[in-house]
Design a protein around this ligand. Sequence first.
Ligand SMILES: CC(C)(COP(=O)(O)OP(=O)(O)OC[C@H]1O[C@@H](n2cnc3c(N)ncnc32)[C@H](O)[C@@H]1OP(=O)(O)O)[C@@H](O)C(=O)NCCC(=O)NCCS
Length: 179
Amino acid sequence: MLRGERVVLRAIERDDLPRYVRWLNDPDVLEYFGFYRPMSLAQEEQWYENMLKAHDTLNLAIEVDGEHVGGCGFCNINHQDRHAEVGLFIGVKEMWDQGIGADTLRALLQYGFDALNLHRIYLRFYAENARGQRCYEKVGFKQEGRFREHNFRHGRWIDETRMSILEDEWRAIVKGETA
Ligand SMILES: CC(C)(COP(=O)(O)OP(=O)(O)OC[C@H]1O[C@@H](n2cnc3c(N)ncnc32)[C@H](O)[C@@H]1OP(=O)(O)O)[C@@H](O)C(=O)NCCC(=O)NCCS
C-alpha cells in the first residue's frame, strides 16, 4: 500500500465495489466525469475483472482514517516512453476541499517516479472543473494544452484541459527548490 500524509492507497477488494457504484451514480461526483450512463454493480464487477488482468493500469482505493473515500490510479502506463495518465475521485463529498486529493496525488507521484520509474505523469479534465484544476496546480502539475470543445456534456460542448508533471519538476518540489 502507498501512504500519503493522511491517505492510504490500497488495492481494491470486491467488497469495495458497491461503494464505487453508489459514488459513480451520484450526479455531484459525476459533474465533471466522462461517465454518463447509470452504472450497475454487474458493470462494476466486469470492470473489476478486466482491471485484474490489465498490465497498463494500477487502480487503488483511497482510505482516510480507515474509511474508503474514493478511487485513484494510473492508466495507459507506457514503460518504453515512461509516461502514464493519473486520475482520482473522492466519492465522499463531505471530504472535498480538505486536501485529500492533493495528498493522494503526491503519494501517486512519488510511487510513479520512484517505483514505476516514470518520466512524465499527465492528467486530463473538464476545463471548468476549477476545484480539480486548483488541486492539480497545488501539487505541481503544469497546464500544457486545452482541447477546445473536446467533450459533450450537460447538453453543451466543454473544453478539456491537459496538465503534466515531469520527474525533474517533481524532484525539485520534493527538495523544496520550487513551490
Ligand atoms: C477533484 C477532486 C479529486 C479534488 O480533491 P480534493 O480533495 O477536493 O482537493 P484538494 O482539497 O486537495 O484541493 C481542492 C482545492 O480547490 C479549491 N477549490 C474548491 N472549489 C473551487 C472553485 N470553485 N474554484 C477554485 N478553487 C476551488 C479548494 O479551496 C482547494 O484549494 P486550497 O487547498 O488552496 O484551498 C475531488 O474534489 C473530487 O473527486 N471531485 C469530484 C469528482 C471529480 O471532479 N474528479 C476529477 C475528475 S478529472
